[in-house]
Design a protein around this ligand. Structure first.
Ligand code: NAP
Length: 484
């Protein structure tokens, strides 16, 4: 967003980041084995191709370094306010500004863009006894690198996308590893491989070639959307692949039964790994099922009543996605918070604009997540929408753009209708579904359809309001967006 603002001649903005550096997910997640399960060529900005990727699926340090290079290359450092957390934001209708409080002073901005992401706030299971555990216990996004797990008895809780990466990575050095599963995931073979020197040289010399490869990866991923969003039976081929993978890698029939998923493939994230099943069969590893029910002193207790004494607990138990804490910090016109407006189920026009919240744009807002492709594509589509909105405001001399409730409702109705045909509605429990039973996180169609909609700015969907005479003197129609 910041790069796009600069590219379009808008330099009057700041980027607030509560952490010590940029990178978001790729700054905070430093757990052993952390990598992206979306191909590198697609999991990068379209405007900043990277011929230097070392693997077809990038490890976390490389993505983080890439984002750092982008910040330098696009001249964004001067706009960054690191270690500065937004503590609240309230729309001031008289001044037509956002009043933003931070832990290091206040700001006013015409436009507020949220870039806080969906997978930000770690979620620990609400089980009794956890506070009394005497040893180290941490979520994988807050990996305690100062804790030496060598030779220790470790419990790993969860078998999602994060655990499937850190369990095989820590298995060789821990003493005992108790993996606590609640639901067996669908696991497919991983096609990751090193990118050769020759390929890198070619990408450097022929950027068009890398764009072509990116296009191919995009098309292949988009084909998966057919199975996810139109007819889950089309995922049958992938299901066969996963079954064969399991049968090839897991010889013990009892273990095979325990790791066999009992829900429609794709209903939760499909996990690529060649190391997960082998790790579970190492002599120092034990798979426990039934989920974590309790922590009793220095022991974990599973839903099946199994008890194991451990020295450390690592949680790969996911994030608070459908009730993002940031929604309680943002107050719109009328004084209610986003969380209050959403009442337990996030809704936004194009996943980006919320009625009652003028000049606020959410990147990766409601229903913009994906099960099959790169969220970077979705983010770039939303950025295009924000730029269109800013341009429309400029062109019409408007100080305020606020999505009309009817436009938001129409969009949400479309999403809900499409959602009924998706694999995510086949009855599994997942973090995609909120407390009201709606899937308020994923986009239920091809991503190019989202882009086509988002790239347009439909003036009838927004109410554009002129600057008030009382607005501060010298106010331009649009200026000073803050990207948080
Ligand atoms: P997640 O997918 O939400 O997985 C959480 C895991 O914890 C699930 O297996 C869940 O089981 C389990 N769990 C929760 N409470 C439990 C309990 N009391 N006892 C035992 N298990 C429990 O979280 P995540 O693995 O951090 O991944 C979150 C998302 O981050 C992914 O879906 C993906 O979008 C993203 N991610 C991406 C990558 C990547 O490579 N691009 C890597 C990591 C994460 P249930 O299934 O029964 O709920």
């Amino acid at each position: 967003m910041a790069a796009a603002l600069k590219r379009t001649g808008r330099h009057d903005f700041v980027v607030l980041e509560r952490g010590p550096d940029i990178g978001g997910t790729w700054h905070w997640n430093t757990y052993p084995g952390c990598a992206c399960d979306v191909p590198s060529h697609l999991y990068s900005f379209s405007f900043a191709p990277n011929p230097e990727w070392s693997q077809t699926y990038s490890p976390q340090p490389e993505i983080r370094a890439y984002l750092q290079r982008c910040a330098d290359a696009f001249g964004l450092r001067a706009h960054l306010r690191l270690r500065q957390a937004m503590t609240s934001a309230a729309w001031d209708e008289d001044a037509q500004r956002w009043r933003i409080a931070t832990d290091r002073g206040a700001l006013r901005a015409r436009v507020l863009v949220s870039g806080v992401g969906a997978l930000t706030e770690p979620r620990l299971p609400d089980v009794p006894g956890l506070e009394g555990f005497p040893g180290p216990a941490f979520h994988c996004v807050q990996w305690a690198h100062d804790v030496d797990l060598s030779g220790r008895r470790v419990a790993a809780i969860g078998t999602g996308a994060s655990a499937i990466q850190f369990v095989p990575a820590i298995q060789p050095r821990v003493g005992r590893l108790h993996v606590v599963q609640r639901t067996a995931p669908w696991v497919v073979p991983h096609s990751s491989r090193p990118i050769t020197d020759l390929e890198r040289r070619l990408y450097r010399a022929l950027p068009a070639l890398q764009r072509l490869v990116r296009g191919g990866v995009y098309a292949a991923r988009e084909a998966l959307a057919l199975g996810f969003t139109k007819d889950p039976r089309l995922l049958g081929v992938l299901e066969t692949l996963a079954r064969r993978h399991r049968e090839r890698q897991v010889s013990d029939p009892r273990l095979r039964e325990l790791v066999t998923p009992a829900y429609a493939m794709g209903c939760k994230r499909i996990l690529p790994s060649n190391h997960w099943y082998p790790a579970l069969q190492e002599p120092n590893v034990e798979l426990l099922v039934g989920g974590l029910r309790e922590v009793r002193g220095s022991s974990i207790v599973t839903g099946d009543g199994e008890q194991r004494e451990v020295d450390a607990i690592v949680f790969g138990t996911g994030f608070r996605v459908t009730d993002p804490p940031v929604a309680r910090l943002v107050r719109g016109r009328g004084g209610h918070t986003l969380a209050e407006a959403w009442a337990g189920s996030m809704r936004a026009y194009l996943g980006t604009s919320v009625a009652g919240f003028p000049n606020l744009f959410l990147l990766l807002g409601p229903n913009t997540g994906l099960g099959h492709s790169s969220v970077v594509y979705m983010i770039e589509s939303q950025i295009a929408h924000v730029l269109r909105a800013l341009r429309a405001m400029d062109a019409r001399g408007a100080a305020v753009a606020e999505v009309r409730p009817a436009a938001q409702q129409r969009f949400v109705a479309f999403v809900d209708d499409r959602m009924r045909h998706t694999v995510w509605s086949t009855g599994c429990t997942s973090w995609y579904i909120d407390g009201t039973g709606r899937n308020s996180t994923l986009w239920p169609d091809f991503t190019f359809r989202f882009r086509r909609r988002a790239a347009r700015f439909d003036p009838s969907a927004y109410e554009l309001r002129a600057a008030r005479p009382s607005a501060p003197a010298g106010a331009k129609p649009v200026g000073a967006p803050a990207v948080g």
